[in-house]
Design a protein around this ligand. Structure first.
Ligand code: 2BA
Length: 107
């Protein structure tokens, strides 16, 4: 058995949770905070048979691809004045760890 720990952008957490549930993958969803940006993200812990790990990775990847979005009406300070400028932000992406489970019990 393996434990998949997946840190997912909050924007993608609902889609990831739905996809795991739809595919019968058990998961625990936890609110977490990135150490660098100090922004909220979501951590899933998933205990799963080793042969299903690739399926889990694919499901998470399909819901959390990194992409660039344009915020059209952002106020930015430039050249001594404030102006409404489109700003590109990167959203999505996931950080995954897959670790061996020494013992798994439900008591
Ligand atoms: P990512 O590398 O995509 O990481 C997204 C979040 O995943 C991280 O949030 C953190 O919660 C988790 N994470 C990533 N690598 C990890 C690891 N080795 N162990 C445990 N958790 C891990 P943040 O820490 O807030 O980082 C947000 C983004 O800031 C990162 O995106 C990366 O692009 C950048 N970043 C992080 N640390 C950096 C650093 N020391 N210098 C420059 N940029 C950094």
């Amino acid at each position: 058995m393996k434990l998949v720990i997946a840190i997912v952008n909050n924007d993608d957490a609902t889609a990831v949770a739905s996809s795991l549930t739809k595919n019968g993958i058990p998961a625990t969803k936890m609110a977490s905070t990135g150490g660098f940006l100090r922004a909220g993200n979501t951590t899933f812990i998933i205990g799963i048979d080793a042969e299903k790990v690739e399926k889990v990775v694919k499901l998470i990847a399909s819901c959390s691809k990194k992409r660039v979005e344009v915020l059209p009406e952002t106020t930015a300070y430039s050249g001594g004045m404030y102006s409404g400028m489109p700003v590109e932000v990167t959203v999505g992406g996931a950080t995954l760890f897959v670790v061996d489970v020494e013992r798994f019990e439900k008591l």
